[in-house]
Write a protein that binds this ligand. Structure first.
Ligand SMILES: *[C@@H]1O[C@H](CO)[C@@H](O)[C@H](O)[C@H]1NC(C)=O
Ligand SMILES: *[C@@H]1O[C@H](CO)[C@@H](O)[C@H](O)[C@H]1NC(C)=O
Ligand SMILES: *[C@@H]1O[C@H](CO)[C@@H](O)[C@H](O)[C@H]1NC(C)=O
Ligand SMILES: *[C@@H]1O[C@H](CO)[C@@H](O)[C@H](O)[C@H]1NC(C)=O
Ligand SMILES: *[C@@H]1O[C@H](CO)[C@@H](O)[C@H](O)[C@H]1NC(C)=O
Ligand SMILES: *[C@@H]1O[C@H](CO)[C@@H](O)[C@H](O)[C@H]1NC(C)=O
Ligand SMILES: *[C@@H]1O[C@H](CO)[C@@H](O)[C@H](O)[C@H]1NC(C)=O
Ligand SMILES: *[C@@H]1O[C@H](CO)[C@@H](O)[C@H](O)[C@H]1NC(C)=O
Length: 363
């Protein structure tokens, strides 16, 4: 009897060690789903992901509570149940904010403790009501030293509220993340790195949109892994976060499942850095991977790879498209592993073509 008990005890010790180390080492295979995308959440191949983010919830400008539009509430309320059908262990997060979020609403919400409390309490209630396992703040327009300081206070209070809430519930503690720029910034308006390190599970590094056809009159790799001529690259950004004190395993690398189409000034000058005259298509030249693949196949375009920047591109007449194809995704995921980051996250899963990029990333 006794040896058996000892064996059992040893087994449990080993088991819990495995469990906890596995838990802290979770390699995040993340993806966003945006409610405006054409693909319903039931179309996501969630078996290829460990975490799916449902985007975006907003903040009410008078009550500072989390808010969802009526159509979004319908879609978000069954998001988790829907994606768990193909992968019962996938975890879901509700992303708050995004590119269209109101700067002034977020800035005042974080600036006042009673506004923060309304936001925090309502966000936790919403996560539980709709069955999400985590929450993400995506406030890209934060731009002053007080915004950044207050954001850090928000993270501290949010985490404390989550801890308290777990004590009252049978659920696991909610995951807390933030979507941030590719680098922390060097001046006083830098992100609150210390609070992020302490209170967040990880951050999503938005490692894309460095150059767009509307803002730059030369062709470019908008999500270059490296750039020998400037500090605007993913590798520079990741190193900058680390040197500011954010642990590598607190970073999930954003992967763009889209590219940009420029109009060349001269079709025969078609390398990276060639003169350009703006976006070749509407929506500022943004084009998703599925549409890029259709375009490449339709015109039989020759897809080039540039290893200096780590980017693919192709030229059809005066249209020049740069994007991340399967090989670039593989290199970026290998980079994330090499740097001991926490994982990767795609913007956005519906942009994939037949799940090719998702599969390449997941291998
Ligand atoms: C914001 O909250 C206020 C007060 O609760 C409410 O009257 C208003 O309808 C909300 N606005 C939106 C857009 O949900
Ligand atoms: C989820 O909700 C949406 C919007 O109301 C609906 O179209 C869809 O059928 C629902 N899916 C499931 C699996 O219930
Ligand atoms: C927060 O806002 C409330 C309501 O507007 C106000 O009464 C309170 O003084 C503010 N608190 C701080 C710390 O600014
Ligand atoms: C921050 O952004 C807002 C909205 O774009 C703008 O009104 C404000 O002037 C900016 N503040 C600073 C310090 O740049
Ligand atoms: C958790 O329980 C404590 C003590 O009963 C209570 O004061 C607190 O408001 C509860 N928190 C939440 C988020 O339900
Ligand atoms: C590109 O823009 C820069 C400044 O924005 C300008 O100096 C330059 O002449 C432009 N080049 C072309 C080819 O339009
Ligand atoms: C890049 O940043 C480093 C410091 O991180 C600085 O020394 C260097 O001058 C910067 N290079 C460019 C091209 O801005
Ligand atoms: C990538 O493109 C740049 C700019 O055109 C060029 O200087 C560089 O040689 C290319 N890298 C490789 C490996 O071909």
């Amino acid at each position: 009897m006794a040896p058996k008990r000892v064996m059992l005890a040893v087994f449990f010790v080993i088991y819990s060690l495995m469990f906890f180390s596995a838990k802290s080492e979770t390699w995040v295979k993340g993806g966003y789903w945006y409610s405006r995308s054409k693909l319903p959440s039931s179309g996501i191949n969630s078996a290829l992901y460990t975490h799916l983010h449902c985007a975006f919830a907003d903040v009410n400008s008078t009550s500072y509570e989390l808010s969802l539009s009526e159509p979004d509430e319908k879609k978000f309320s069954n998001f988790t149940d829907t994606v768990k059908q193909k992968n019962p262990s996938v975890l879901t997060l509700l992303s708050i904010g995004g590119g269209d979020a109101s700067y002034s609403t977020f800035s005042s919400m974080v600036s006042n403790s009673s506004f923060r409390k309304s936001f925090i309490d309502s966000s936790i209630r919403a996560a539980r009501l709709y069955g999400f396992q985590g929450l993400e703040l995506g406030w890209a327009s934060a731009n002053s030293s007080s915004d950044m300081y207050n954001m850090g206070v928000l993270f501290e209070e949010w985490r404390a509220a989550m801890k308290l809430e777990t004590g009252n519930s049978s659920h696991a503690q909610l995951i807390l993340t933030a979507a941030v720029r590719f680098q922390p910034g060097l001046d006083s308006r830098s992100f609150p790195v210390e609070a992020m390190e302490r209170y967040l599970d990880w951050v999503t590094v938005q490692a894309y949109d460095y150059y767009t056809p509307q803002r730059y009159n030369f062709t470019s790799a908008h999500a270059a892994l490296y750039d020998p001529t400037s500090n605007v690259s993913t590798d520079y950004g990741i190193s900058a976060w680390i040197s500011r004190g954010l642990s590598a395993n607190k970073m999930v690398l954003g992967l763009p499942f889209y590219g940009y189409a420029w109009t060349l000034a001269n079709p025969v000058e078609n390398g990276i850095g060639a003169p350009a005259t703006g976006a070749a298509i509407r929506r500022g030249g943004a084009i998703n991977y599925k549409d890029i693949r259709d375009y490449v196949l339709r015109y039989g375009a020759n897809v080039m790879f540039n290893a200096t920047y780590v980017v693919n591109y192709c030229t059809v007449g005066s249209t020049w498209i740069s994007f991340d194809d399967v090989e670039v995704v593989r290199i970026k995921v290998a980079y994330a592993k090499d740097k001991k980051l926490r994982g990767y996250i795609a913007w956005e899963t519906p942009y994939d073509d037949n799940w090719m990029l998702s599969q390449a990333a997941g291998k």
